[in-house]
Write a protein that binds this ligand. Structure first.
Ligand SMILES: Nc1ncnc2c1ncn2[C@@H]1O[C@H](COP(=O)(O)OP(=O)(O)OP(=O)(O)O)[C@@H](O)[C@H]1O
Length: 387
């Protein structure tokens, strides 16, 4: 019998009786994964709930959100009648997600740790672990759909709930990973999920949704980051060369960001708000400009690396499809030129606030084709100044 590395749950028999398909559900203690486990159990699968501890946030009073969340996993698993336990991936998370997160900020980019967490932890470390436990599939409460075609190929489609679709964060999953996943909530709208939880009387039915980056939670972002990276104050300028004061450290700002700049309308002569329009890492200068539609915020193409597709694609090709450059953004028509794990993306229309470090994700209608990580934005062939 294979024992979990850090056993902390109810004793379970890990031998599969082979009569049922075994599904390991990633249970976070939230309502989505609670309903995921419930639905799979109702569908007759052999369900095991596993809580991953990826981050130690124990405070000075010894309180840790993971401990609280694991209690909810235990309550729900008992209600549903499934075995559960916890596994510790703090080291993997630190090495593969957090180090990347810090390196990106150090390089003046704005990383997306959720994309990396899905690629490296939930659908790699966790998936490998579940496979060792005899799982046929792993399931999560992500809002995305997987369908299998006649050839056995899995296609990842957007979640039915437009508001919740999470394919953007799952865009780095490969066909091999997708072959092993189930997203039982993909065809549901979030309010329906809450209703299912309430009807079943699940302990997490009314639990608030988690927001923001998981390891930062409700904490102050600046304060959190300053614990790991030294902030270097510098000048804040307009492209016209006007000195607008001091910035707190380039890593605290994102291209297109409004607010947090400490500049009022009085500097500009009109009342248009100020936005971050560029960063010059070598000079440690933050560029600001007035107006949401500031010209410097618009670009016409980008290049990206770490390109990954959800199904096998040729090494080089060109196609027209749609793309998203950040979560919660409508798709835009683009032409992509793929070369190995690099891609050039030319937009049908100029796009605002392309942010290096964020994911660019490609869609063919409802299907998520994959994506890469944005390196540079360009304006009419010229690399955007100061990005
Ligand atoms: N600590 C964890 N342990 C196990 N699985 C997890 C954990 N965190 C997230 N997951 C899985 O990944 C899915 C998506 O994670 P995300 O952080 O987006 O959660 P969410 O949308 O708030 O869902 P939930 O309501 O289940 O917390 C969850 O539904 C769950 O299946």
């Amino acid at each position: 019998m294979l024992l979990p590395r850090k056993f902390d749950g109810r004793i379970i028999i890990l031998q599969n009786d082979n009569s049922k398909t075994r599904v390991v559900v990633g249970m976070s203690g939230g309502v989505d994964s609670s309903v995921t486990a419930l639905l799979l159990k109702e569908q007759g699968y052999d369900v095991i709930g596993i809580f991953m501890k990826n981050w130690d946030d124990t405070d000075e009073f010894g309180v840790c959100t993971a401990t609280e969340d694991y209690k909810d996993v235990a309550l729900v698993a008992d209600q549903i009648g499934i075995p559960y336990y916890t596994v510790n991936f703090e080291k993997e998370y630190w090495d593969r997600v957090f180090e990347y997160f810090l390196a990106e900020y150090r390089a003046g980019r704005t990383p997306n740790p959720d994309v990396m967490c899905n690629k490296e932890i939930k659908f790699k470390a966790f998936l490998d672990y579940a496979t060792e436990l005899g799982a046929d599939y792993v399931a999560t409460g992500h809002y995305a759909q997987v369908t299998r075609d006649e050839a056995g190929l899995v296609h990842m489609l957007r979640g039915a709930d437009d508001n919740k679709d999470q394919t953007y964060f799952l865009s780095q999953l490969t066909q091999a990973q997708l072959q092993k996943v189930l997203f039982p909530l993909g065809h549901l709208e979030k309010p329906e999920v809450r209703k299912i939880a309430e009807r079943a009387g699940l302990a997490t039915a009314k639990k608030k949704d988690s927001t923001g980056i998981c390891f930062i939670g409700e904490k102050n972002f600046k304060q959190f980051l300053s614990q790991y990276l030294p902030a270097q104050k510098g000048r804040m300028m307009t492209f016209e060369g006007r000195d607008m004061g001091e910035h707190a450290g380039l890593m605290y700002y994102t291209i297109g960001q409004r607010g947090g700049l400490g500049i009022g309308g009085q500097h500009g002569g009109d009342n248009e708000p100020w936005f971050v329009v560029g960063k010059d890492l070598t000079q440690n200068v933050l560029y600001v400009g007035q107006g949401f539609h500031h010209e410097a915020l618009y670009s016409t193409s980008l290049d990206a690396s770490e390109l990954s597709f959800t199904r096998d694609m040729p090494d080089t090709f060109e196609m027209h499809c749609t793309a998203k450059f950040r979560y919660r953004q409508a798709d835009t028509g683009v032409t992509i030129k793929v070369n190995g794990d690099k891609v050039d993306v030319v937009f049908d229309e100029p796009v605002r606030a392309i942010t290096p470090g964020q994911a660019v994700v490609f869609y063919d209608g409802e299907e998520c084709l994959g994506g890469g990580l944005i390196d540079h934005a360009y304006k009419n062939e010229a690399v955007m100044q100061y990005q």
